[in-house]
Write a protein that binds this ligand. Structure first.
Ligand SMILES: C[S@@+](CC[C@H](N)C(=O)[O-])C[C@H]1O[C@@H](n2cnc3c(N)ncnc32)[C@H](O)[C@@H]1O
Length: 253
């Protein structure tokens, strides 16, 4: 079975400027680019929809806190880094939870929207700050970054985790064959766990298209272990046949 899984290998995806895609998405449809619900399209966005959008961030951070509190009774982070913060959906909730949250995003247009009504305790920038944080969070972000860029970014992120600090990370890992045509670097498996070869013609897509990349859990854990994050909890996510995982964990003190 292992030979079948790994024997055919997955070639890496053709290079694509996903940063330019996100700048475009941030300019035209920043909220819908984060959560693809018609209520969040720019033309439909009203106060009620905005409130629902940010409430979903509080829900996500509340659930992550619960998992970490259950596993680590002393979970009480005083700072948080939100990698790929978009318009600040999670950063706001992290600011409320810790009093000191920093959101990083590659898209200036997303950051401009995030700063527009940022609560106290939340700040934003396009570079990883040169300091450490008690909690590093990244949800629905790495799946949009080609893995060859994403792995070094993960390493750089983990270098900013304080001793004893916590992580909440989410990755796309593989998908059902019915999604084999969705553009991106794909790991497609059938029900016998046979790996289907998977390269998309990313260069031919229009700018502003959303692409999805699957990551290799072996590489992820190698990076985390090397950074001293050796206690991990994994939970399955399944978005209609797109399979992935939430990884919660803690760095040794
Ligand atoms: C689907 S949104 C998720 C936003 C936020 N994490 C949330 O859950 O509300 C993905 C975000 O990742 C950002 N992003 C994509 N590539 C990035 C990179 N290389 N570095 C930092 N942010 C990136 C995009 O600009 C976008 O704002």
């Amino acid at each position: 079975m292992l030979k079948r899984l790994f024997g055919r290998g997955s070639r890496s995806a053709a290079p694509r400027d996903t940063d330019a895609d996100w700048e475009e998405i941030g300019r035209s449809n920043p909220y819908f680019g984060v959560l693809t619900d018609p209520r969040f399209k720019t033309e439909n966005l009203n106060d009620e929809a905005r409130a629902a959008f940010f409430a979903s961030g509080e829900g996500d951070i509340g659930r992550a806190s619960k998992v970490l509190k259950r596993r680590y009774s002393d979970f009480a982070p005083a700072s948080a880094l939100d990698f790929g913060c978009g318009v600040g959906r999670l950063t706001r909730a992290l600011a409320a939870a810790t009093g000191d949250a920093f959101g990083v995003d590659v898209s200036e247009s997303m950051l401009a929207e995030a700063r527009r009504s940022a609560p106290s305790g939340a700040s934003f920038g396009c570079n990883l700050p040169d300091r450490t944080f008690d909690w590093i969070v990244s949800i629905i972000v790495f799946q949009h970054i080609p893995p060859e860029r994403g792995y070094p970014l993960l390493k750089a992120l983990m270098e900013r985790l304080a001793p004893g600090g916590f992580i909440t990370l989410q990755f796309a890992l593989y998908r059902d064959p019915r999604h084999s045509s969705v553009p991106g670097g794909r790991i497609v498996m059938d029900q016998d766990f046979t790996l289907v070869s998977n390269v998309a013609a990313l260069r031919d897509l229009a700018k502003g298209e959303m692409v999805m990349f699957d990551y290799d859990l072996t590489v992820i854990t190698a990076i985390l272990f090397a950074a001293g994050i050796t206690d991990l909890e994994l939970s399955h996510t399944d978005h209609g046949g797109f399979h992935g995982a939430f990884i919660h964990g803690r760095k040794a003190t």
